[in-house]
Design a protein around this ligand. Structure first.
Ligand SMILES: [Zn+2]
Length: 279
């Protein structure tokens, strides 16, 4: 990614290829122009991340996603209305039309994910909570009706996320994207058969609880992601994130789990294929 302002140097390649199971290649940061898809995919492929799941979480993002997966074999797609978007659509009376379009885009065979949906209580009032929960329930149902993977965004809402999943009945494949819970939550998710996807946050200095949660997660319940362009792993925290930085997170995870990097890569690759299918 040399030649692009704000992008760190490439890490050493992984010995076995893995999937970045959650990235927003349609988004850029700080008003800087994002590199084109071809370049992002090439940079990731060069370090052992040849496949990634592009997540579009509003209507423009979902349209971008379907267009991108048609053009690039390295990509699968996910579409949804993000929990932070749901209350805004409610305010302007566009929930129904937005859902109809998401459902249509989700019928693409290489859209394998309904997400990210879920709950985000970071900055939200009571009406926002109602709109988010209603949207979350609708997405759970959509994932089940279409047989696709549910990817969940959970910010400061662990209890309600787990409660609503239990009430509705989770889809066969449910992934906690950017897992942010503690040991107890990790155990609960594993017991329920959910997958935990770890992002660059697991490398952050102050993330001891998160590393403790990772340490109790079995290898066959793990996925890795960037959430690019956000959550750039150490030692580049604050820079712009992209799928080619996944090796930094994988190596940090291997340290926490006390396994060698090839074993962890093998597990992540197998889990990704089991959940999302081949591509
Ligand atoms: Zn995301």
């Amino acid at each position: 990614m040399s030649g692009h302002v704000g992008y760190p140097p490439a890490p050493d390649p992984l010995p076995i290829p893995v999937v970045d199971n959650h990235a927003h290649l349609d988004m850029s940061r700080d008003g800087l122009e994002a590199p084109d898809l071809q370049e992002l995919i090439a940079a990731a492929t060069a370090v052992g991340v040849p496949r990634m799941i592009q997540i579009g979480c509003d209507l423009p993002g979902a349209r971008f996603t379907v267009d991108a997966i048609d053009r690039y074999a390295a990509l699968l797609g996910g579409v949804a209305i993000h929990p932070n978007e749901a209350p805004k659509l409610q305010d302007v009376g566009e929930v129904e039309s937005a859902r109809a379009e998401i459902e249509l885009l989700a019928s693409h065979p290489r859209v394998r994910v309904i997400g990210e949906t879920g709950l985000d209580y970071f900055r939200i009032g009571p009406e926002g909570v109602v709109a988010q929960q209603d949207s979350f329930r609708w997405h759970i149902d959509l994932a089940k009706r279409t047989g696709k993977v549910l990817q969940i965004h959970d910010r400061d809402a662990h209890e309600d996320v787990l409660r609503i999943l239990a009430e509705e009945g989770a889809p066969d494949h449910t992934v906690l994207h950017c897992f942010s819970g503690d040991i107890d939550m990790a155990r609960e998710c594993v017991e329920r058969g959910y997958l935990l996807s770890f992002a660059g946050t697991v490398t952050f200095k102050n993330a001891k609880d998160l590393r403790n949660a990772l340490a109790v997660t079995p290898l066959d319940s793990l996925l890795v992601e960037t959430d690019a362009p956000f959550l750039t792993p150490a030692p580049h925290r604050g820079a712009t994130n992209a799928p080619y930085l996944v090796p930094l997170t994988v190596r940090a995870m291997a340290d926490v789990l006390n396994v060698d990097v090839p074993s962890l890569c093998t597990a992540i690759a197998a889990n990704s294929e089991r959940v999302y299918g081949p591509w």
